[in-house]
Design a protein around this ligand. Sequence first.
Ligand code: ADP
Length: 681
Amino acid sequence: MAKGTIGVTTTNIFPVIKKFLYSDHEIFLRELVSNAVDATQKLKTLASAGEFDGKTDDLKVEVKLDKEAGTLTVTDHGIGMTAEEIDKYINQIAFSGAEEFLSKYKDTANVIIGHFGLGFYSAFMVAKKVEIHTLSYQDGAKAVCWSCDGSPEFEMGDCDKAERGTDIILHIDEDEKEFLEQSRIDALLHKYCRFLPVPVVFGKEQEWKNGKYEDTDKDKVINDVEPLWTRKPTDLTDDDYLKFYRAIQPGQEDPLFWIHLNVDFPFTLTGILYFPKIKNNLDIRKDRIQLYCNQVFVTDSVEGVVPEFLMLLQGVIDSPDIPLNVSRSYLQADRNVKKISTYITKKVASRLEEIAKNDAQEFEQKWNDIKIFIEYGMLSDEKFCEQAMKFALLENTDGKFFKLDDYKKLIEGEQTDKDGNLIYLYATDKDAQYTYIKAATDKGYDVLMMNGQLDVPFLGMLEQKNEKSRFVRVDSDVLDRLIVKEDTKQVELTEAEREVATTLFSSQIPVLDKAQFMVDLAPMAATDSPVLITQSEYMRRMKEMSQFQAGMSFYGEMPDYYNLTLNVSHPLVKKLIDDAVAATEAQLKPLNDDLNATNNVIKALRDLDKDGKGVPDDKKQDLSDNEKKAGELREQKTAVISDYAAGQQRIKQLIDIALLGNGLLKGEALDRFLKRSVELL
Ligand code: ADP
């Protein structure tokens, strides 16, 4: 046998291969089986080009284990190699044979895997010695044997292999014994070779006989040579797609629908993406889409190849145009990958648009399952958003669905305010906000349901995209102030009456955890609720958004601020205020007189500060004494009103009813309310 040195520049590349080339040793099997499939495909290509006239339709690749000999063998019946070819493709390892072959058979050879670079040498990650026995398909070719024990020296010479094709024999390393286990190899073939285009045989089919499983004579083919994504969509039924889904995602609920991707320009890409049922759970698992290169499994970590929101989908993508053995950051910067990502996004959007158009009812039915995905896509991808504007739906509290444009037309008439702003009303909880929803619908307004996990950021985005439109929750203010039709009616109360009214109620609000209230007065209809609790849209949204954005957590820590709005047109409220004014008048009068006089003194003293240098030194004490006095007088006034209010069960009752209507009355406060209600009866 002749000896030679493998043509690499470093003296010993194997330690490098072993340690650094691939972190996963297991992929050697993918590389070798792919090479075998590759050699088989090449023979088929030659046959179809008329350069080989043997039979090519029953070609298969075999993987065999011999535990005793400690070997794993991959056998194919493909084109084989001549001594020159081994020299060129194996010995000169920097040279990738696929490239030359591809340039020669450009048009037909696109099925050939040319991506794996140092593929063959990955065998040395797990083997202490590798042998090649090969016989080329060429007329008069001589069989060649090559072996190498992991040093840069190899042996090569003639041998007597009679069958065309190649055996790659790996003498498995002591440290890598796991690769001599049938179950391990089974699992690896299932992972990497499950959809290879040439039958791969590993062992025999088994049958149940004499109380145990026994081998039959039938070869066990581990792969599906024509996986669904390689077939024409027109030849496939829904059942085919569902079956395939169950095979790749076992144990999952059936998907809602799917997209069959198929493109050959400006890059080649096929695949099937399924829409799984996603409820309110945005868990992005990064292993749901499997990436293949000419039916060879590459990875299930598709970050960078598909946009993040598409990672909620499941399925397979197959493209020879994705560079495979490169780092992830390189992948993300790769122009082809960017194009692919854009293409997939576009395709997903058009498919959704198509379903929404052709099968509106089905789309509506499934909307709540896919809405989180679509909203996520719209929020994170400008291009997708543009397309999705055409098919995204809004649902109202009656369960009716509308396209964005249609909804706009629906509410334009009624819900445009005096400044031309279009006000979208929404609710997040049909039961809890029932009173507010009813008040709005009674008025002829429409109320949307917005209870999805991404609805808040989503409506924020819609506001940004549509000028002069605002979303407000039905309970964020008094209806007339949410959609202001004409200049608001003024509250017809004197300053003194306002003061009494405000303190009357604010002094009786129970202390609640993490909630603060401001009393405010509004002239609503006499038939509206006497007391209404609302929460400012702005504050609530800030709090809700703080869940999504880093650096906003302080909003989450803040208490909830509510408005307790008194309907001063309501007879009951009116009477309570009138009674309070009458009852406290005598006590308040001297206090008010005193306060007015004190305020006059304060004003006169402050007026002494003409040039902004401050009150003269000899007047400072005087001013501070009077300010203190005014503060005390105000406190006394508050005390008078609060004392009176404390004896008015109906005030507490009104407040509690309003709190109860908002689900805010709990614990001790609720208990007191119940007892008081019985007393009042
Ligand atoms: P790549 O497959 O990326 O070209 P490899 O190191 O895996 O890199 O293989 C180098 C070359 O060796 C291949 O391009 C091919 O020409 C040849 N080769 C490898 N395995 C086989 C095989 N089983 N049958 C025929 N030729 C093979």
